[in-house]
Design a protein around this ligand. Structure first.
Ligand code: SF4
Length: 232
């Protein structure tokens, strides 16, 4: 997490229209009680996290380097504060089992022990939490095993490009969740206003190239993007 995360987050809230909805994706490791209070008081609209195991052993095997007890404590404290203060923060818990990951990412059967059903069961007891079973990141496929993209960009078709702004922990504004390494930057929120970035040359040129499916000119991640076609 960026050392200035708290003031950075407050600046985002301050800079955006009050009608703008803010979503934070986090592994919860640094969402301490104090930080949870800050997020709630700033009007965080949605909080997304993954909980891919119901036991220390299973969770830490999938989320190397994270501490199961810390994550659970932070989640429970956040839920408690969210409920106590009646804040309208929608909480999304994503659950991905190891065997489903293996199957969807690599097309191979592997059946390790899996206790993620307990996560779903537990999280469903909280009225403010929505459990999601997300698709596995198709971006996991090595680039040299993918074909170059020729079809439409899912972001353009779903209009994600026109109502959503993605900001990473350094302030870099990037096009979509497929670009998780922020290979494409439209600007930096620490240095420019939202309007400057939104109407800036970089973003507008990018959209033009996307509309014309000129993925070679854009480069990665678009060139090898495997985003599925949305239902039209
Ligand atoms: S990576 Fe590029 S092509 Fe793929 S969904 Fe995102 S913007 Fe569209």
């Amino acid at each position: 997490m960026h050392p200035e995360f708290d003031s950075f987050f407050q600046m985002i809230r301050f800079s955006l229209d009050t009608k703008a909805s803010i979503m934070l994706g986090t592994n919860m490791s640094l969402i301490t009680e104090e930080r949870a209070k800050m997020l709630l008081s700033c009007g965080l609209n949605e909080l997304h996290f993954n909980l891919d195991g119901a036991s220390k052993e299973q969770y830490e095997e999938t989320k190397c380097g994270l501490n199961f007890e810390t994550i659970c404590n932070n989640i429970l404290k956040f839920l408690e504060l969210n409920g106590e203060e009646d804040c309208p923060t929608k909480v999304i818990c994503n659950v991905l089992s190891k065997n489903r990951y293996w199957h969807e990412a690599y097309g191979e059967e592997w059946n390790p022990e899996d206790d993620t059903w307990k996560v779903i069961e537990r999280m469903n007891t909280y009225p403010n939490v929505f459990v999601q079973i997300p698709g596995v990141g198709f971006w996991q496929t090595p680039k040299n095993e993918r074909e170059e993209k020729t079809d439409w960009c899912v972001g353009i078709l779903s209009r994600e490009m026109f109502y959503q702004i993605n900001i990473d922990q350094e302030g870099i504004v990037f096009p979509c969740c497929q670009d998780y390494h922020t290979q494409i930057s439209f600007g930096n929120f620490n240095e420019q206003t939202v309007e400057e970035i939104w109407n800036g040359e970089k973003r507008l040129k990018f959209i033009e190239l996307l509309f014309n499916r000129q993925y070679k000119e854009i480069g990665d991640p678009c060139l090898h993007c495997r985003s599925p076609q949305p239902n039209r």
